[in-house]
Design a protein around this ligand. Sequence first.
Ligand SMILES: [Zn+2]
Length: 134
Amino acid sequence: MEERLTAPRFRQRALGGLLLDQGFYAGIGNYLRSEMLFFAGLAPQRRPMDLGPTQRLRLASVMRHVIQQAYREAGVTNHPAWVEREKRAGATRGRWRFAVFDRDGQACHACGDQVSRRMVTSRRLYYCASCQSG
Ligand SMILES: [Zn+2]
């Protein structure tokens, strides 16, 4: 992943679009893109070339973790503690399944600020501007 993120054909591209490019990494669906960027703390317009080695490593690690969790937990990518908190409060699956995806206007599980939605590469992307300022 480090090699891909630093490759000349990928390093200058915004992560919001790059993560959906099947030539970069096959199999990342639209909801995974939002979740990965959230857990990596990165704004979608950031490019691999803007990131230091630690941030790139964190992104690569988050990508693998989110994919594995989604596979293992039938599409649930939210942090387990936040899932439990929402379940205890009686929330439906739609409210606890994701960290940010499809949650525009709702409170960020991490900081309480409002989750936003924007179109990136003609697909819905959800993010928390406070948590993803990196
Ligand atoms: Zn947040």
